[in-house]
Design a protein around this ligand. Structure first.
Ligand SMILES: [Fe+2]
Ligand SMILES: [Fe+2]
Length: 481
Protein backbone atom coordinates (compact mmCIF):
# COMPACT_ATOMS: atom_id res chain seq x y z
CA UNK A 1 0.00 0.00 0.00
CA UNK A 2 2.72 2.50 0.95
CA UNK A 3 4.41 1.61 -2.30
CA UNK A 4 1.34 2.83 -4.15
CA UNK A 5 1.44 6.10 -2.23
CA UNK A 6 5.11 6.47 -3.15
CA UNK A 7 4.21 5.92 -6.78
CA UNK A 8 1.58 8.66 -6.50
CA UNK A 9 4.24 11.11 -5.34
CA UNK A 10 6.42 10.23 -8.31
CA UNK A 11 3.42 10.65 -10.57
CA UNK A 12 2.93 14.19 -9.25
CA UNK A 13 6.53 15.07 -9.99
CA UNK A 14 6.14 13.57 -13.41
CA UNK A 15 3.11 15.77 -14.09
CA UNK A 16 5.20 18.84 -13.33
CA UNK A 17 7.97 17.59 -15.61
CA UNK A 18 5.52 16.93 -18.42
CA UNK A 19 3.92 20.33 -18.06
CA UNK A 20 7.39 21.90 -18.35
CA UNK A 21 7.74 20.35 -21.75
CA UNK A 22 4.21 20.71 -23.04
CA UNK A 23 1.17 22.92 -22.66
CA UNK A 24 -1.84 22.50 -20.36
CA UNK A 25 -4.06 20.59 -22.74
CA UNK A 26 -1.35 18.39 -24.19
CA UNK A 27 -2.50 14.75 -24.01
CA UNK A 28 0.57 13.83 -21.98
CA UNK A 29 -0.22 16.39 -19.31
CA UNK A 30 -3.91 15.53 -19.22
CA UNK A 31 -3.07 11.83 -19.01
CA UNK A 32 -0.99 12.33 -15.86
CA UNK A 33 -3.66 14.53 -14.19
CA UNK A 34 -6.23 11.93 -15.00
CA UNK A 35 -4.17 9.00 -13.90
CA UNK A 36 -3.21 10.64 -10.64
CA UNK A 37 -6.82 11.49 -9.81
CA UNK A 38 -8.12 8.03 -10.68
CA UNK A 39 -5.41 6.19 -8.83
CA UNK A 40 -5.68 8.42 -5.80
CA UNK A 41 -9.42 7.78 -5.55
CA UNK A 42 -8.84 4.03 -5.83
CA UNK A 43 -6.05 3.91 -3.29
CA UNK A 44 -7.85 6.12 -0.80
CA UNK A 45 -10.99 3.99 -1.04
CA UNK A 46 -8.97 0.85 -0.46
CA UNK A 47 -7.07 2.43 2.40
CA UNK A 48 -10.24 3.69 4.08
CA UNK A 49 -8.86 7.21 4.47
CA UNK A 50 -10.20 10.55 3.29
CA UNK A 51 -7.05 12.15 2.05
CA UNK A 52 -3.54 11.61 0.90
CA UNK A 53 -0.94 13.61 2.74
CA UNK A 54 2.84 13.74 2.73
CA UNK A 55 5.59 16.03 3.98
CA UNK A 56 8.68 17.50 2.37
CA UNK A 57 11.77 18.24 4.41
CA UNK A 58 15.48 18.49 3.71
CA UNK A 59 15.06 17.50 0.07
CA UNK A 60 13.14 14.35 0.93
CA UNK A 61 9.57 13.21 1.17
CA UNK A 62 8.15 12.03 4.45
CA UNK A 63 5.15 9.86 5.06
CA UNK A 64 3.96 8.41 8.35
CA UNK A 65 7.11 9.66 10.05
CA UNK A 66 9.49 7.98 7.63
CA UNK A 67 11.67 9.31 4.87
CA UNK A 68 10.81 7.93 1.46
CA UNK A 69 13.92 7.24 -0.52
CA UNK A 70 12.61 6.35 -3.95
CA UNK A 71 10.29 9.29 -4.54
CA UNK A 72 12.91 11.66 -3.18
CA UNK A 73 15.09 10.81 -6.15
CA UNK A 74 12.54 10.74 -8.92
CA UNK A 75 10.49 13.52 -7.39
CA UNK A 76 12.93 16.43 -7.54
CA UNK A 77 10.59 18.77 -9.36
CA UNK A 78 7.93 18.33 -6.69
CA UNK A 79 10.40 18.92 -3.87
CA UNK A 80 11.58 22.11 -5.54
CA UNK A 81 7.99 23.22 -5.99
CA UNK A 82 7.34 22.71 -2.26
CA UNK A 83 10.44 24.75 -1.51
CA UNK A 84 9.28 27.63 -3.71
CA UNK A 85 5.90 27.51 -1.99
CA UNK A 86 7.60 27.50 1.40
CA UNK A 87 5.37 24.65 2.47
CA UNK A 88 6.09 21.50 4.43
CA UNK A 89 3.93 19.17 2.43
CA UNK A 90 0.71 18.61 0.56
CA UNK A 91 -2.68 17.11 1.29
CA UNK A 92 -4.90 15.90 -1.53
CA UNK A 93 -8.51 15.63 -0.48
CA UNK A 94 -11.59 14.12 -2.09
CA UNK A 95 -13.48 15.09 -4.16
CA UNK A 96 -10.31 16.00 -5.98
CA UNK A 97 -10.98 17.28 -9.49
CA UNK A 98 -8.73 16.63 -12.45
CA UNK A 99 -8.57 20.37 -12.98
CA UNK A 100 -7.12 20.84 -9.46
CA UNK A 101 -4.30 18.51 -10.37
CA UNK A 102 -3.78 20.05 -13.80
CA UNK A 103 -3.51 23.52 -12.24
CA UNK A 104 -1.13 22.15 -9.63
CA UNK A 105 1.10 20.90 -12.47
CA UNK A 106 0.92 24.24 -14.26
CA UNK A 107 1.98 26.18 -11.17
CA UNK A 108 4.67 23.62 -10.42
CA UNK A 109 6.06 23.94 -13.93
CA UNK A 110 5.78 27.69 -14.44
CA UNK A 111 6.41 29.27 -11.05
CA UNK A 112 10.05 30.27 -11.09
CA UNK A 113 10.54 32.58 -8.11
CA UNK A 114 10.15 31.42 -4.51
CA UNK A 115 7.31 32.95 -2.52
CA UNK A 116 7.97 34.76 0.74
CA UNK A 117 5.79 32.64 2.95
CA UNK A 118 3.11 30.04 3.12
CA UNK A 119 0.23 32.55 3.19
CA UNK A 120 1.28 33.85 -0.20
CA UNK A 121 1.33 30.29 -1.49
CA UNK A 122 -2.12 29.60 -0.07
CA UNK A 123 -3.44 32.77 -1.67
CA UNK A 124 -1.94 31.71 -4.99
CA UNK A 125 -3.60 28.31 -4.79
CA UNK A 126 -6.95 29.87 -3.92
CA UNK A 127 -6.66 32.45 -6.70
CA UNK A 128 -6.07 29.63 -9.16
CA UNK A 129 -9.15 27.78 -7.96
CA UNK A 130 -7.33 24.82 -6.46
CA UNK A 131 -9.86 23.64 -3.93
CA UNK A 132 -8.77 20.24 -2.81
CA UNK A 133 -5.05 20.52 -2.41
CA UNK A 134 -3.81 21.94 0.86
CA UNK A 135 -0.37 23.19 1.75
CA UNK A 136 1.04 22.35 5.18
CA UNK A 137 3.23 24.52 7.36
CA UNK A 138 6.96 24.13 6.86
CA UNK A 139 8.43 21.36 8.98
CA UNK A 140 11.24 22.22 11.35
CA UNK A 141 13.78 20.17 13.21
CA UNK A 142 12.61 19.19 16.68
CA UNK A 143 13.50 21.73 19.29
CA UNK A 144 13.15 24.78 17.11
CA UNK A 145 9.46 24.82 17.75
CA UNK A 146 7.77 22.65 20.33
CA UNK A 147 4.70 22.13 18.23
CA UNK A 148 6.60 20.74 15.29
CA UNK A 149 6.78 17.03 15.37
CA UNK A 150 6.69 16.46 11.67
CA UNK A 151 10.33 15.67 11.02
CA UNK A 152 11.17 12.05 11.63
CA UNK A 153 14.19 11.10 13.68
CA UNK A 154 16.76 9.36 11.55
CA UNK A 155 15.92 5.70 11.70
CA UNK A 156 18.94 3.46 11.55
CA UNK A 157 17.14 0.48 10.11
CA UNK A 158 15.18 2.17 7.39
CA UNK A 159 17.25 5.21 6.51
CA UNK A 160 20.62 3.61 6.00
CA UNK A 161 20.21 3.43 2.27
CA UNK A 162 19.21 7.06 2.10
CA UNK A 163 22.57 8.07 3.52
CA UNK A 164 24.42 5.79 1.12
CA UNK A 165 22.47 7.18 -1.71
CA UNK A 166 22.62 10.92 -1.04
CA UNK A 167 25.70 11.71 -3.22
CA UNK A 168 23.97 10.19 -6.20
CA UNK A 169 20.91 12.37 -6.16
CA UNK A 170 22.63 15.11 -8.11
CA UNK A 171 24.10 12.74 -10.63
CA UNK A 172 20.76 11.10 -11.20
CA UNK A 173 19.13 14.47 -11.61
CA UNK A 174 21.74 15.60 -14.16
CA UNK A 175 21.27 12.44 -16.19
CA UNK A 176 17.53 12.68 -16.02
CA UNK A 177 17.56 16.34 -17.06
CA UNK A 178 19.89 15.61 -19.97
CA UNK A 179 17.66 12.95 -21.46
CA UNK A 180 14.51 14.95 -20.90
CA UNK A 181 15.93 18.13 -22.45
CA UNK A 182 17.23 16.12 -25.41
CA UNK A 183 13.75 14.75 -25.97
CA UNK A 184 12.47 18.26 -25.75
CA UNK A 185 14.94 19.45 -28.42
CA UNK A 186 13.98 16.64 -30.77
CA UNK A 187 10.29 17.47 -30.34
CA UNK A 188 11.08 20.99 -31.49
CA UNK A 189 13.40 19.87 -34.26
CA UNK A 190 16.38 21.47 -32.58
CA UNK A 191 19.88 20.04 -32.24
CA UNK A 192 20.64 18.17 -29.04
CA UNK A 193 23.17 19.53 -26.56
CA UNK A 194 25.98 17.01 -26.69
CA UNK A 195 28.16 19.04 -24.34
CA UNK A 196 25.57 18.61 -21.62
CA UNK A 197 25.25 14.92 -22.45
CA UNK A 198 29.01 14.42 -22.15
CA UNK A 199 29.22 16.33 -18.89
CA UNK A 200 26.47 14.15 -17.44
CA UNK A 201 28.11 10.99 -18.76
CA UNK A 202 31.40 11.94 -17.13
CA UNK A 203 29.65 12.85 -13.90
CA UNK A 204 28.14 9.39 -13.84
CA UNK A 205 31.50 7.71 -14.38
CA UNK A 206 33.01 9.80 -11.58
CA UNK A 207 30.19 8.82 -9.25
CA UNK A 208 30.33 5.17 -10.14
CA UNK A 209 33.83 4.67 -8.79
CA UNK A 210 32.10 3.24 -5.76
CA UNK A 211 31.05 0.21 -7.72
CA UNK A 212 27.97 -1.37 -9.09
CA UNK A 213 25.90 -0.57 -6.03
CA UNK A 214 25.01 2.88 -7.17
CA UNK A 215 24.17 1.62 -10.62
CA UNK A 216 21.59 -0.72 -9.23
CA UNK A 217 19.98 2.13 -7.35
CA UNK A 218 19.00 3.63 -10.64
CA UNK A 219 17.09 0.56 -11.63
CA UNK A 220 14.34 0.51 -9.08
CA UNK A 221 12.32 3.59 -9.83
CA UNK A 222 9.16 3.52 -11.84
CA UNK A 223 9.47 5.73 -14.82
CA UNK A 224 6.30 7.60 -15.47
CA UNK A 225 7.76 10.36 -17.56
CA UNK A 226 8.40 8.29 -20.55
CA UNK A 227 9.83 4.96 -21.26
CA UNK A 228 12.92 6.57 -22.69
CA UNK A 229 14.15 8.78 -19.87
CA UNK A 230 14.65 6.22 -17.12
CA UNK A 231 15.64 3.61 -19.65
CA UNK A 232 18.41 5.74 -21.13
CA UNK A 233 19.70 6.77 -17.70
CA UNK A 234 19.90 3.16 -16.60
CA UNK A 235 21.46 1.97 -19.85
CA UNK A 236 24.08 4.68 -19.39
CA UNK A 237 24.81 3.51 -15.84
CA UNK A 238 24.99 -0.13 -16.85
CA UNK A 239 27.22 0.64 -19.83
CA UNK A 240 29.76 2.49 -17.71
CA UNK A 241 29.73 -0.33 -15.19
CA UNK A 242 30.21 -2.95 -17.89
CA UNK A 243 33.03 -0.99 -19.52
CA UNK A 244 34.75 -0.87 -16.15
CA UNK A 245 34.30 -4.60 -15.68
CA UNK A 246 35.98 -5.08 -19.08
CA UNK A 247 38.89 -2.92 -17.96
CA UNK A 248 38.30 -0.18 -20.52
CA UNK A 249 40.07 3.14 -19.84
CA UNK A 250 38.31 5.98 -17.98
CA UNK A 251 37.92 8.26 -21.01
CA UNK A 252 36.14 5.45 -22.85
CA UNK A 253 33.86 4.91 -19.87
CA UNK A 254 32.70 8.53 -20.14
CA UNK A 255 31.98 8.03 -23.84
CA UNK A 256 30.11 4.83 -23.09
CA UNK A 257 27.94 6.52 -20.50
CA UNK A 258 27.22 9.32 -22.96
CA UNK A 259 26.45 6.77 -25.66
CA UNK A 260 24.01 5.09 -23.30
CA UNK A 261 22.30 8.39 -22.57
CA UNK A 262 21.73 9.15 -26.25
CA UNK A 263 21.37 5.69 -27.78
CA UNK A 264 17.59 5.99 -28.19
CA UNK A 265 17.44 9.62 -29.31
CA UNK A 266 15.90 8.44 -32.57
CA UNK A 267 12.79 7.36 -30.68
CA UNK A 268 11.94 11.04 -30.46
CA UNK A 269 11.15 10.81 -34.18
CA UNK A 270 8.77 7.89 -33.75
CA UNK A 271 5.14 8.98 -33.28
CA UNK A 272 4.02 8.24 -29.74
CA UNK A 273 0.97 6.29 -30.79
CA UNK A 274 3.36 3.78 -32.34
CA UNK A 275 6.02 3.96 -29.63
CA UNK A 276 3.53 3.28 -26.84
CA UNK A 277 1.11 1.08 -28.73
CA UNK A 278 0.17 -1.85 -26.57
CA UNK A 279 -1.18 -4.18 -29.25
CA UNK A 280 0.76 -5.83 -32.03
CA UNK A 281 2.46 -3.55 -34.55
CA UNK A 282 1.65 -3.87 -38.23
CA UNK A 283 4.57 -4.13 -40.68
CA UNK A 284 4.55 -0.39 -41.44
CA UNK A 285 4.59 0.55 -37.78
CA UNK A 286 7.36 -1.95 -37.20
CA UNK A 287 9.38 -0.30 -39.93
CA UNK A 288 8.96 3.08 -38.28
CA UNK A 289 10.06 1.76 -34.88
CA UNK A 290 13.04 0.11 -36.50
CA UNK A 291 14.09 3.38 -38.04
CA UNK A 292 15.04 4.80 -34.63
CA UNK A 293 18.71 3.69 -34.55
CA UNK A 294 19.51 5.31 -37.90
CA UNK A 295 17.43 8.38 -37.01
CA UNK A 296 19.36 8.65 -33.74
CA UNK A 297 22.72 8.49 -35.53
CA UNK A 298 21.53 11.22 -37.91
CA UNK A 299 20.44 13.48 -35.06
CA UNK A 300 23.83 13.02 -33.42
CA UNK A 301 25.70 13.85 -36.61
CA UNK A 302 23.48 16.89 -37.20
CA UNK A 303 24.23 18.03 -33.66
CA UNK A 304 27.95 17.99 -34.37
CA UNK A 305 28.79 14.75 -32.60
CA UNK A 306 31.94 13.19 -34.00
CA UNK A 307 32.71 10.28 -31.72
CA UNK A 308 32.56 7.06 -33.75
CA UNK A 309 31.83 5.18 -30.53
CA UNK A 310 28.74 7.24 -29.72
CA UNK A 311 27.42 7.34 -33.27
CA UNK A 312 27.98 3.67 -34.01
CA UNK A 313 26.41 2.70 -30.68
CA UNK A 314 23.27 4.63 -31.61
CA UNK A 315 23.22 3.06 -35.07
CA UNK A 316 24.04 -0.50 -34.05
CA UNK A 317 22.47 -1.04 -30.64
CA UNK A 318 19.75 -3.35 -32.01
CA UNK A 319 22.08 -5.45 -34.13
CA UNK A 320 22.41 -8.97 -32.83
CA UNK A 321 25.63 -10.90 -32.56
CA UNK A 322 24.48 -13.15 -35.44
CA UNK A 323 23.95 -10.08 -37.64
CA UNK A 324 20.15 -10.09 -37.27
CA UNK A 325 18.11 -7.37 -35.64
CA UNK A 326 17.94 -3.93 -37.20
CA UNK A 327 18.91 -1.83 -39.12
CA UNK A 328 19.96 -4.28 -41.84
CA UNK A 329 23.72 -4.61 -41.63
CA UNK A 330 25.48 -2.68 -44.38
CA UNK A 331 28.71 -3.78 -45.96
CA UNK A 332 30.38 -0.57 -44.79
CA UNK A 333 29.38 -1.26 -41.22
CA UNK A 334 31.33 -3.33 -38.76
CA UNK A 335 29.67 -3.87 -35.42
CA UNK A 336 31.96 -2.34 -32.83
CA UNK A 337 32.38 -3.45 -29.25
CA UNK A 338 30.60 -0.37 -27.90
CA UNK A 339 27.45 -1.13 -29.90
CA UNK A 340 27.53 -4.75 -28.68
CA UNK A 341 27.99 -3.53 -25.14
CA UNK A 342 25.08 -1.09 -25.31
CA UNK A 343 22.98 -3.84 -26.91
CA UNK A 344 23.48 -6.16 -23.94
CA UNK A 345 22.72 -3.37 -21.44
CA UNK A 346 19.69 -2.24 -23.44
CA UNK A 347 18.04 -5.66 -23.35
CA UNK A 348 18.96 -6.31 -19.73
CA UNK A 349 17.49 -2.96 -18.72
CA UNK A 350 14.29 -3.53 -20.65
CA UNK A 351 13.81 -6.93 -19.00
CA UNK A 352 14.51 -5.85 -15.42
CA UNK A 353 12.94 -2.38 -15.51
CA UNK A 354 10.21 -1.44 -13.11
CA UNK A 355 7.24 -0.09 -14.96
CA UNK A 356 4.03 1.18 -13.44
CA UNK A 357 2.06 -1.87 -14.51
CA UNK A 358 4.70 -4.49 -14.92
CA UNK A 359 6.30 -6.62 -12.25
CA UNK A 360 10.07 -6.28 -12.30
CA UNK A 361 12.03 -9.31 -13.38
CA UNK A 362 14.98 -10.40 -11.29
CA UNK A 363 18.42 -10.06 -12.90
CA UNK A 364 18.73 -13.78 -12.51
CA UNK A 365 15.70 -14.45 -14.69
CA UNK A 366 16.80 -11.82 -17.21
CA UNK A 367 20.20 -13.51 -17.54
CA UNK A 368 18.49 -16.82 -18.06
CA UNK A 369 16.43 -15.44 -20.92
CA UNK A 370 19.41 -13.72 -22.50
CA UNK A 371 21.58 -16.81 -22.23
CA UNK A 372 18.96 -18.86 -23.98
CA UNK A 373 18.92 -16.48 -26.93
CA UNK A 374 21.78 -18.08 -28.81
CA UNK A 375 23.40 -15.68 -31.24
CA UNK A 376 21.69 -12.71 -29.64
CA UNK A 377 24.58 -11.22 -27.73
CA UNK A 378 28.31 -11.07 -27.86
CA UNK A 379 29.27 -13.78 -25.34
CA UNK A 380 32.11 -11.72 -23.91
CA UNK A 381 29.73 -8.85 -23.16
CA UNK A 382 27.01 -10.97 -21.66
CA UNK A 383 29.49 -12.89 -19.53
CA UNK A 384 30.99 -9.62 -18.28
CA UNK A 385 27.56 -8.23 -17.41
CA UNK A 386 26.72 -11.31 -15.38
CA UNK A 387 30.12 -11.22 -13.73
CA UNK A 388 29.72 -7.58 -12.80
CA UNK A 389 26.17 -7.93 -11.52
CA UNK A 390 26.42 -11.35 -9.94
CA UNK A 391 23.25 -13.30 -9.46
CA UNK A 392 22.42 -11.13 -6.48
CA UNK A 393 23.34 -7.60 -7.52
CA UNK A 394 24.32 -5.18 -4.77
CA UNK A 395 21.18 -3.63 -3.38
CA UNK A 396 19.19 -6.86 -3.67
CA UNK A 397 17.25 -7.77 -0.61
CA UNK A 398 17.34 -11.40 0.35
CA UNK A 399 16.05 -13.71 3.03
CA UNK A 400 18.70 -16.02 4.44
CA UNK A 401 18.05 -19.65 5.23
CA UNK A 402 17.90 -18.81 8.95
CA UNK A 403 15.04 -16.37 8.18
CA UNK A 404 17.08 -13.25 8.78
CA UNK A 405 16.68 -10.57 6.17
CA UNK A 406 19.74 -9.02 4.57
CA UNK A 407 20.80 -6.63 1.87
CA UNK A 408 23.52 -7.57 -0.61
CA UNK A 409 26.48 -5.21 -0.32
CA UNK A 410 28.93 -6.80 -2.71
CA UNK A 411 29.22 -9.64 -5.10
CA UNK A 412 31.31 -11.90 -2.91
CA UNK A 413 33.75 -14.58 -3.94
CA UNK A 414 31.42 -16.41 -6.22
CA UNK A 415 28.22 -15.42 -7.92
CA UNK A 416 25.93 -17.47 -5.74
CA UNK A 417 27.37 -16.30 -2.43
CA UNK A 418 27.26 -12.55 -1.99
CA UNK A 419 28.53 -10.46 0.87
CA UNK A 420 25.45 -9.37 2.80
CA UNK A 421 24.57 -7.09 5.67
CA UNK A 422 21.89 -8.46 7.97
CA UNK A 423 19.11 -5.91 8.49
CA UNK A 424 16.35 -7.87 10.26
CA UNK A 425 16.38 -10.65 12.81
CA UNK A 426 14.50 -13.93 12.18
CA UNK A 427 11.38 -12.42 13.76
CA UNK A 428 11.43 -9.56 11.27
CA UNK A 429 12.63 -6.95 13.78
CA UNK A 430 14.95 -4.35 12.26
CA UNK A 431 18.52 -4.28 13.53
CA UNK A 432 20.15 -0.88 14.21
CA UNK A 433 22.56 0.11 11.48
CA UNK A 434 25.63 -0.04 13.69
CA UNK A 435 24.77 -3.53 14.83
CA UNK A 436 24.09 -5.00 11.42
CA UNK A 437 26.58 -7.80 10.86
CA UNK A 438 28.23 -8.21 7.48
CA UNK A 439 28.45 -11.83 6.44
CA UNK A 440 30.27 -13.38 3.54
CA UNK A 441 28.14 -16.33 2.49
CA UNK A 442 30.26 -19.34 1.61
CA UNK A 443 29.65 -22.19 -0.76
CA UNK A 444 28.73 -25.32 1.18
CA UNK A 445 27.82 -23.41 4.34
CA UNK A 446 24.48 -24.04 5.94
CA UNK A 447 23.71 -20.32 5.72
CA UNK A 448 22.37 -19.56 2.31
CA UNK A 449 20.15 -17.24 0.35
CA UNK A 450 16.67 -18.72 0.63
CA UNK A 451 14.59 -16.09 -1.08
CA UNK A 452 15.26 -13.24 -3.40
CA UNK A 453 13.35 -10.04 -2.78
CA UNK A 454 13.20 -7.03 -5.02
CA UNK A 455 16.40 -5.57 -6.35
CA UNK A 456 17.46 -2.22 -5.06
CA UNK A 457 16.31 -0.08 -2.23
CA UNK A 458 12.71 0.17 -1.24
CA UNK A 459 10.97 2.54 1.09
CA UNK A 460 9.34 -0.26 2.95
CA UNK A 461 12.51 -2.15 3.52
CA UNK A 462 11.19 -5.07 1.55
CA UNK A 463 10.10 -5.76 -1.95
CA UNK A 464 7.75 -8.10 -3.68
CA UNK A 465 8.95 -11.66 -3.33
CA UNK A 466 10.39 -12.93 -6.55
CA UNK A 467 8.20 -15.84 -7.62
CA UNK A 468 10.49 -17.33 -10.14
CA UNK A 469 13.68 -18.15 -8.32
CA UNK A 470 14.62 -21.39 -10.02
CA UNK A 471 18.33 -21.56 -10.30
CA UNK A 472 19.67 -21.04 -13.73
CA UNK A 473 20.69 -24.42 -14.87
CA UNK A 474 21.03 -23.87 -18.56
CA UNK A 475 23.32 -21.67 -20.52
CA UNK A 476 25.90 -20.80 -17.92
CA UNK A 477 28.26 -23.60 -18.84
CA UNK A 478 28.67 -22.10 -22.30
CA UNK A 479 30.00 -18.92 -20.80
CA UNK A 480 31.80 -19.92 -17.65
CA UNK A 481 34.19 -22.79 -17.99
FE1 LIG B 1 16.72 1.37 -29.14
FE1 LIG C 1 17.19 1.36 -25.78
Amino acid sequence: MERQFSDLIILLASGINQRRMYFDDHPKVTAVSQEFTTRLRGIIAEDGSEEFTFGVFGGKFIRHGKYLVGPSIAGRSLIEFAQRLDCGGFTFRLPLAIVDVATFFRLGATMKEPLDNLEEAQTLFAANGIDHIELSVPLREKGENIEDEGVPEPNAATDFMAADFAPLLNVYQALYDTVSSNNHSINRNEDVDMTQARTSGEKLVGASEMGAMDVMQFMRYPDYDSYTIGHSVRVAALSAMLGRELGWPPEILGELATAGLVHDLGKGRVPEEILFKTGALDPDEMKIIQSHPAAGAQILLASGEQSPLIISAAWGHHIREDGGGYPVMQEWYTQGSAASLIHVCDVFEALTAVRPYKAPMSPRRAFEIMLQDKGGFQPRMLAALIRAMGLYPPGSEVVLSDFRKAVVIARGRDMDNPLVRVTHDPGGMPIARNDQPAIQLEAGNELDVAEFLLVGITDEGHGQPEKDIDLITTGFSDYFQ
